[in-house]
Design a protein around this ligand. Sequence first.
Ligand code: ADP
Ligand code: MG
Length: 327
Amino acid sequence: MKLAEIGEFGFIARVRQRAESCADLVLGIGDDCAASRPAPGELLLTSTDLLIEDVHFRRAWSDPRTLGRKSVSVNVSDVAAMGGKPASLYLGLGIPGGVAVEDLDAFADGVLEACAEYGAVLAGGDTCRSPGPWFISVTVQGRVPEGELLTRQGARPGDLLWVSGRLGDSALALRELLAGGRPAPALAARHLDPSARVALGRALAVQGLATAMIDVSDGLLADLGHILDSSVVGARVERDALPLSSLFRDALTAEPALLDLALAGGEDYELLFTSPPQCAAAVAALAADGVPVTQIGRILPQEDGLLLVDALGRPCPLPRRGFDHFS
Ligand code: ADP
Ligand code: MG
């Protein structure tokens, strides 16, 4: 059966049946707006991401359920990066009429499964026909107690620079996919089904350990650049301290230039944050569930700029920074 046969409202009814409600959502899918009750003393966080077929994803690389999961995770990652907890998601879809309803159901299952894993609910959206590619626009709303909000501002010279998880796996998987290869499943999963680091972001916020934070979506150096610009500081990154998976290290042994993928590849969805040196032990203790936190450098005064150094402290050339849709 094709989407065109059940129509917009047929699809919405199927999504609505599957979506659950949660305590602070007064009204979910089914009316003109969702309604929720803001908790006193909390800030509402809102962020939108747009995923366009053949720009952000290829349908041949991912089953629809996994695509649904990723659509949620990349969006929730922005809430994690502010120290928040996701609450509700809104799903805008542009889909060609010829798509099989089973594929859309699987996509919605992935969306709802990921929402449930992050403790969020699907609270609304919009569904339109696309003349060609899939368009997926996800808006997330989350909460953070006032006073726990973490932004890109606030890093100070002397702070240590930390990153969660491992860098470069997603970009390495993408590179193999683009070359027509089949990346190892663990590597492919890092690109196709990333996890937002909500628990780590909350822990840093609750314990007051971070001075600035961002999620690594455009590449380590590009996103670090955003912290440096917003905080008006510089930084020194230790090349040999970058956390790399064993799969990535194997690839690196064969092709040393691949290190650029860890520095500038993007779509890692790890948390990059700064923290005062006296908090180092508390930060290191947050590593959990196979997600390490690694100190990769230090914040410097702004006039020092951004330095990448080798094990002997000698400056290394910086790779081209990150991804820009229009360059
Ligand atoms: P309106 O025309 O008033 O914008 P719609 O008919 O577009 O309302 O949507 C009806 C309900 O279904 C709304 O609650 C809307 O949020 C929800 N909805 C529509 N599309 C989606 C979707 N793709 N995912 C989740 N909810 C959706
Ligand atoms: Mg509408």
